[in-house]
Each structure stands twice: as structure tokens, then as C-alpha cells.
Design a protein around this ligand. Structure first.
Ligand SMILES: [Cu+2]
Length: 144
């Protein structure tokens, strides 16, 4: 490669870097990937603790820490939602953001009586939602 070519290549690479930005940290999701609740639907009434089954099509489940294309692990978002900024960063880990980093595809969930919103969001090996994000519609359930 001539000196001119190296200089030109360096200039092109430098010009591309700003465009990558924070999105470069996100793992792409394949077109059509969907996550959904298998055994619950909007408006259901349940007794706590209740089982939640996580459905996923178009991608596979892998434990947290395992970097493999077109995979992720489930997160249950309870009584809140992820902001646009939160959808580009590692998902918080607290009572409202539950990680199933072992690659679980179902869980028992304990919630106090009343109405609760639930949403599933897939995260990559490092807990960051994919781009575009793979997430279910939020549902509301009533705990007896
Ligand atoms: Cu996670």
C-alpha cells in the first residue's frame, strides 16, 4: 500500500469514528425478532407468586456474559418503563428491573396486591438492549 493510500485510509477511518458513537456499544437485533409473554395477557388477574413464561422468536437465549450473535437474556420491567437513554445502556438491576442472566425462560414473580405493569426487554451479554430494542408490549395484570 502506498503512503498516499495509508493517509487516505486513515482519514476515512477518522471520519467514520464520530458516526459510530454510543450506538456502537449496542448489539444489533435481527429483523422480526420478538419477545412476548406466553402465559399472561393484558388484563389478567393472578395470585402472587405467579409464573411468567418468556417467549422469544427470531433470536436465541444465552446467559449474561456470553457474547454470541442474535442472542440475549430476558429482563422483566415492573411498574416502570425504559427511557430512550435507558434503552441504550446496561439495564438497571433493582426491584423494578429484574435480570434473568442465567438464561431462564420463565420465573416465579412475587408482587403485592394491586395493578402492575409488566414488560419484557431482551438485553445482550452485557445487559444492554439491542438495536433496535427487542421488547414486548407492556401488559397490566391485577394481583389478587
Ligand atoms: Cu441483564
Amino acid at each position: 500500500m502506498s503512503m498516499w493510500n495509508k493517509t487516505a485510509l486513515a482519514a476515512i477511518v477518522c471520519a467514520m469514528l464520530p458516526a459510530l458513537g454510543p450506538a456502537a456499544a449496542q448489539t444489533p437485533s435481527p429483523a422480526g425478532a420478538q419477545v412476548y409473554f406466553i402465559n399472561l395477557k393484558n388484563g389478567d388477574t393472578v395470585s402472587s407468586p405467579f409464573k411468567v413464561q418468556f417467549g422469544l422468536t427470531g433470536m436465541g437465549v444465552a446467559p449474561a456474559g456470553v457474547e454470541k450473535p442474535n442472542t440475549g437474556h430476558h429482563h422483566l420491567i415492573i411498574d416502570t418503563q425504559l427511557s430512550p437513554d435507558e434503552l441504550k445502556a446496561p439495564i438497571a438491576s433493582d426491584a423494578k428491573h429484574v435480570h434473568y442472566g442465567g438464561g431462564q425462560t420463565e420465573a416465579m414473580v412475587t408482587l403485592p396486591p394491586g395493578r402492575h405493569t409488566l414488560q419484557l426487554v431482551l438485553g445482550d451479554w452485557s445487559h444492554v438492549p439491542h438495536a433496535p430494542p427487542v421488547m414486548s408490549a407492556p401488559i397490566t395484570v391485577t394481583v389478587k
